[in-house]
Design a protein around this ligand. Structure first.
Ligand SMILES: *[C@@H]1O[C@H](CO)[C@@H](O)[C@H](O)[C@H]1NC(C)=O
Ligand SMILES: *[C@@H]1O[C@H](CO)[C@@H](O)[C@H](O)[C@H]1NC(C)=O
Ligand SMILES: *[C@@H]1O[C@H](CO)[C@@H](O)[C@H](O)[C@H]1NC(C)=O
Ligand SMILES: *[C@@H]1O[C@H](CO)[C@@H](O)[C@H](O)[C@H]1NC(C)=O
Length: 253
C-alpha cells in the first residue's frame, strides 16, 4: 500500500506526481553507508531511486518534512532543515531524534578552527553553487554542522567534518565534482543532546564553552553520550543580526 504521496520532479525541466511508500524510501536510504562516505554509492542511489520510481527521471522530489503545526522550528527561518522528534526538553538541553537524512560532507584536518572550517565551508558552498555533475545551483539549507574531533594535544591536528543537510525536495543530490566532497547519510534514529544558544557566529572559544556547559549538564544527570567528539550546528547567515541560533550536539550512546 502506497501510504505517502511524493512529488516527483525533473530538477531542470518539468514536474509530475508519483507515489512512493515511506518503506521504500527507508529501504533505499538504508543502502547508504553510515557515517562512512563512499562516492561510488551515488550509482546505487540513482539506480535504487529508479527502481522505486520506475523511470529515468533526473530528480526526485520527496516530502522530507511532515505537515504539522509545530514544524518547522522558528530557527530554520525559511530554509529547509531535517525533521526530528523532540524526545525530552529541559532548561539545559533537548534530546532530539533525527530521521534518516542525507548530508553533503567534507573533511579537513587542521589546527586552526577558523581556517579549517572556512576551507570546508567553501568546498561545500562551491558544490551547491554548481560545482557538481549537473552544474546546478542548490538552495542553501540548515543547519551547517561540523563534527569536531579534537586532536590528542595542543599542537596536533583536529579533525573537522562539515556537512550541509540535503533537502530531498530538491531532487537527489548531483555528484560532487570535488572528490573531497561526499554524500553521506546519518544512521537511523540519530539521537543527539542539543544545547541552543544565541548570538553571533561563535568563535572557537565560545563553541568550546558551550560544549563544556552541555557536557556538565549531561554528566550531572548521568546521561551516556559520545565524549570523543561533538558537533556544532549553525543556522544563520553572517548577515542576520537578530534571532540568531547556534547549537552544540553530543551524540547519545
Ligand atoms: C520521522 O520519524 C518519525 C518517527 O519515527 C515519524 O513519525 C515521521 O513520520 C518521520 N518523518 C518523515 C518525514 O519521515
Ligand atoms: C562539474 O562537472 C560538470 C560535469 O563534468 C561540468 O559540466 C561542470 O561545469 C563542472 N562544474 C564546475 C564548477 O567545474
Ligand atoms: C576524520 O574523522 C572522520 C570521521 O568523522 C574519519 O573518517 C577520517 O578518517 C578522520 N580523518 C583523519 C585525518 O583522521
Ligand atoms: C527507531 O525508533 C523508532 C521509535 O522508537 C522504532 O520504532 C524503530 O524501530 C527504530 N528504528 C531503528 C532502525 O532502530
Amino acid at each position: 500500500m502506497q501510504d505517502t504521496i511524493y512529488l516527483l520532479c525533473l530538477v531542470l525541466h518539468s514536474c509530475q506526481l508519483a507515489t512512493v511508500s515511506s518503506e521504500d524510501i527507508l529501504k533505499y536510504l538504508s543502502k547508504f553507508p553510515v557515517s562512512k562516505p563512499d562516492d561510488s554509492l551515488m550509482n546505487l542511489w540513482e539506480s535504487e531511486v529508479k527502481k522505486i520510481v520506475g523511470t529515468d527521471n533526473d530528480g526526485i522530489l520527496l516530502q522530507s518534512v511532515p505537515v504539522g503545526a509545530k514544524w518547522p522550528p522558528p530557527f530554520c527561518h525559511k530554509l529547509k532543515c531535517p525533521y526530528y522528534d523532540l524526545l525530552e526538553s529541559t532548561e539545559d538541553y533537548e534530546l532530539r531524534r533525527y530521521n534518516y537524512s542525507l548530508w553533503v560532507t567534507t573533511n579537513v584536518a587542521g589546527i586552526d578552527f577558523k581556517q579549517a572550517t572556512y576551507e570546508a565551508f567553501m568546498r561545500l558552498f562551491k558544490y551547491i553553487q554548481g560545482n557538481n555533475e549537473k552544474g546546478i545551483k542548490i538552495e542553501m539549507t540548515v543547519p551547517v554542522t561540523t563534527k569536531l574531533i579534537p586532536g590528542p594535544g595542543p599542537a596536533c591536528e583536529n579533525n573537522f567534518t562539515m556537512s550541509f543537510f540535503v533537502d530531498l525536495d530538491m531532487g537527489f543530490p548531483p555528484r560532487p565534482n570535488d572528490t573531497r566532497v561526499l554524500i553521506t547519510r546519518t544512521p537511523p534514529n540519530y539521537t543527539v543532546y542539543v544545547r541552543s544558544f544565541s548570538g553571533f557566529t561563535p568563535s572557537e572559544e565560545r563553541w568550546t564553552t558551550q560544549a563544556e556547559a552541555l557536557y556538565r549538564a549531561l554528566s550531572k544527570k548521568g546521561h551516556s553520550f559520545e565524549t570523543e567528539y561533538y558537533f556544532t550546528a549553525g543556522y544563520d547567515s553572517p548577515f542576520r543580526i537578530f534571532n540568531r541560533h547556534n547549537e552544540i550536539w553530543f551524540l547519545k550512546k
